[in-house]
Design a protein around this ligand. Structure first.
Ligand code: ACM
Ligand code: ZN
Length: 520
């Protein structure tokens, strides 16, 4: 303990001592893998014309030869000399990451210490999820956050596009999804909930909502591709799907009275029409998103109507199922096979491992880390997004100081503590693709609030995903955050005010009367 405090003080002093008036590698987020500083400075041109890129130089190829494939692709070397800047990389993607390093140096201060930076990521998946269903923020917001992710050398944006509170993607075969259940009465999620979940249509003056047209998605995908960021679309099933039942009650569960239940939370697994619906939707999704992964949700199915639905009960009998949970596995396995035949890999929330899942499916661990620990041991690739560390809708400072949020306090310090390999046996480390911060938006109706919750905690997620674990040190990181926050604010992002963060959030020291005490 005493030794830990002593090391922290030494590290903080080292960070302070290394502060130079100029920009340099010690100020970057994420911190690079290796760097050295030499004598002299160079002032970067704002247009980047003094940056020369060398792809596939033999000396660079030799340097990255031993790295895992994903790291090789993103690796780069930046050399800031007295006359200009050189970037070496094996791929365009690596060159782009190098350019972002140069851009961050320039934003910090155009005059940079002469230096050499050799850099590559620790993990292949470094992402942020935005919940566009609970509050639709639209393409300009998404593109602005893509810019931020690019600067932080993150490479995934996951869009939660469908949920009970609104369907957000044009599907030509099912117009009610965007003519009707993309528009709700109730600007905020809880207002809508309080009113009894009313949907309306776009020209109702009380309508709140929106959706991405196919052209919007093409624009976002192209914008992200230029920045070497993949967009992962999430189409939720079978839970969190009340809006589908409201748009198409003919496929909803049917009660013993023979009437459809459009307010059912879940899709009906007994109705063949559900499968036709999902397959048709996914065919259109595949056309729009040219990536390996499609997220199919899978969390928190209520399974209440399945108990009474005549179609669900019939399905259980026909398939010899003895428990309603098996209906979820039936649906997930069917959709996984459908997508695999089309060259896609399924990602699902960690509930999907509970009911029998082919090894190819990727698991996103959200109920803490146990789901990811179990799934990796069973041979699945895993993305860690535990709500115990990286849920960005949770408080980031003392409850009395902050806008209403969720759960316990996940301060910058708490997020930064996370190591995605925590609890994973060494023989399964290769299954951990990386990590992701999730911004659920039930309590976050506006863009400025969303940015407030994202930054600077997204900085921590970027550094966890990129920088070697043994190099990470919180006090040095926090110093760099204070500088980068100032730059983000100047660029027009509405960040959390890290300068006025409570001492308790900074140090993690808690009083017993704080409601956050138990869980930190
Ligand atoms: C989740 O937070 N329900 C995935
Ligand atoms: Zn049913």
């Amino acid at each position: 303990m005493i030794r830990g405090i002593f090391l922290s003080i030494v590290a903080s002093l080292a960070a302070i001592v290394s502060v130079s008036a100029y920009s340099g590698p010690t100020k970057l987020i994420p911190e690079p893998v290796e760097f050295s500083v030499s004598e002299g400075v160079y002032t970067l041109k704002p247009d980047g014309s003094d940056v020369k890129v060398y792809l596939n130089a033999a000396s660079f190829a030799a340097k990255v030869a031993e790295l895992p494939e994903f790291a090789k692709e993103e690796a780069y070397e930046v050399v800031v000399g007295k006359k200009g800047v050189k970037i070496y990389a094996a791929t365009e993607e690596g060159a782009f990451r190098g350019r972002q390093t140069v851009e961050m140096l320039r934003l910090l201060d155009p005059t940079v210490e002469c230096c050499t930076i050799f850099d590559y990521p620790r993990f292949q998946h470094r992402g942020i999820m935005l919940d566009e269903s609970r509050s639709f923020k639209g393409k300009e917001f998404v593109k602005k956050q893509i810019d931020a992710l690019a600067l932080l050398k993150m490479n995934v944006m996951h869009l939660h596009l469908t949920d009970a509170a609104g369907w957000r993607l044009q599907i030509d075969a099912y117009p009610n999804l965007t003519d009707y259940v993309a528009w709700r009465v109730g600007e905020t999620y809880h207002e809508w909930e309080g009113l009894g979940y009313p949907f309306t249509n776009a020209d109702d003056p009380k309508a709140y909502g929106g959706f991405y047209t196919k052209d919007d998605i093409r624009e976002i995908v192209a914008y992200a591709a230029e920045r070497h960021i993949d967009i992962i679309p999430e189409i939720e099933m079978p839970g969190h799907s009340m809006e589908v039942n409201r748009a198409y009650p003919e496929i909803a569960c049917v009660g013993p009275d023979g009437k459809p239940r459009p307010f059912s939370w879940d899709l009906c697994v007994g109705n063949d029409g559900t499968f036709e619906f999902l397959e048709t939707v996914l065919e259109e999704v595949i056309e729009l998103f040219p990536y390996k992964y499609i997220h199919i949700g899978g969390d928190e199915a209520a399974k209440i109507d399945w108990e009474v639905c005549v179609n669900c009960q019939k399905r259980m009998q026909e398939e010899g199922m003895t428990h309603k949970n098996q209906l979820q596995g039936y649906l997930v396995r069917h959709i996984e096979a459908f997508l695999r035949e089309r060259g896609k890999t399924v990602i699902g929330w960690d509930e999907i491992v509970e009911t029998g899942l082919p090894e190819q499916a990727v698991v996103m661990s959200w109920r803490g880390t146990p789901g990811g620990i179990k799934a990796s041991a069973e041979g699945h690739d895993v993305i860690m997004s535990p709500n115990s560390y990286v849920y960005l809708d949770y408080y980031q400072d003392l409850i009395r100081k902050e806008p209403k949020a969720v759960g316990h306090m996940q301060s910058l310090r708490h997020v930064y503590k996370y190591d995605p390999l925590e609890g994973i046996a060494p023989e399964f480390h290769h299954h951990i693709l990386g990590l992701q911060g999730n911004l659920w938006c039930e309590l976050i109706p506006y863009a400025a609030h969303a940015e407030y919750m994202l930054y600077p905690r997204a900085f921590a997620i970027a550094e966890i995903g990129w920088t070697p674990q043994e190099k990470r040190e919180f006090f040095h990181f926090r110093e760099r955050c204070l500088t980068l926050i100032t730059i983000f604010r100047a660029m027009g992002y509405n960040t959390f005010d890290l300068f006025n963060e409570s001492l308790r959030a900074q140090t993690g020291r808690l009083r017993f009367d704080d409601p956050t005490f138990k869980l930190l």
